[in-house]
Write a new protein. Structure first.
Length: 247
């Protein structure tokens, strides 16, 4: 298997419009289907809401604050992308021994590793895709905080090759998440590495760390998964956000 390639598509002032990035994904996907090397696109987007196939009408933002709301062909529900968020689109052929769910778990494990290296403890919550911080009980220094999502995932697999991927909140403006129900989960919060570490954690700081962990997990070797938190399945849903795994 050829070595995984990483391509920085644009950070900061060079952030990539979502539709342009989607076109780029399709081009790279066609190359990988034709036998080209697996490629991970790393980038930031200008503010945009993307609605997966399971998005309910009441989960869309009533006031998107000038950002576009784009319906996309991945699984999952609605999420936000914007400056200060590291977005990764791994476009890789899945080996025969790697199931789609296994692939999603590897992406989650890579993000957990990034957070751990930076000093933030995260894990999976069975029934809810992504990377989470545990709820904090009320203390004398502050109120209780619910479980908080740091990394979101939503993928598509077509002709055995993946598309879409993950978004990890570095120093994103969290006020955007007040405009909608993130991923359709109303009983939990959203946070960022900067908020949790009480310092500026930029996309450019996090990107090389993410690349290192993705290289390790997408080499398809066995790994020891981080123990899960307590399961909290969403009503009527027990699967990861994947669309057309056999298309």
């Amino acid at each position: 298997m050829s070595e995984l390639e990483f391509r920085t598509a644009g950070f900061g002032d060079d952030a990539v419009d979502y539709l342009a990035a989607w076109d780029l994904q399709r081009q790279v996907h066609a190359d990988v289907v034709a036998g080209g090397p697996g490629t991970v696109l790393l980038l930031e987007h200008p503010p945009v809401f993307t609605a997966g196939k399971r998005t309910d009408p009441d989960e869309r933002p009533l006031d998107p604050g000038g950002a576009d709301v784009i319906d996309v062909d991945r699984g999952g529900k609605i999420t936000f992308h914007g400056p200060g968020q590291l977005v990764g689109y791994p476009i890789v052929r899945l080996p025969d021994h790697v199931l789609v769910v296994d692939y999603v778990r590897r992406l989650e494990e890579a993000l957990i590793g990034v957070c751990t290296e930076l000093g933030v403890t995260t894990a999976r919550i069975p029934g809810r895709s992504g990377v989470w911080m545990q709820a904090d009980p009320s203390t004398g220094s502050g109120p209780a905080r619910p479980e908080r999502k740091l990394g979101a995932l939503g993928i598509r697999v077509s002709r055995g090759v993946t598309m879409h991927g993950f978004a990890l909140n570095c120093d994103v403006d969290l006020a955007w998440y007040d405009r909608f129900v993130p991923c359709g989960i109303a009983d939990a919060g959203v946070t960022s590495l900067s908020r949790e570490l009480q310092r500026d954690v930029t996309v450019t700081e996090v990107a090389p760390i993410a690349e290192r962990h993705l290289r390790e997990l997408l080499a398809w070797a066995p790994y020891v998964p981080t123990p899960d938190y307590e399961p909290r399945p969403e009503p009527g849903r027990l699967r990861v956000p994947v669309l057309n795994p056999l298309a």
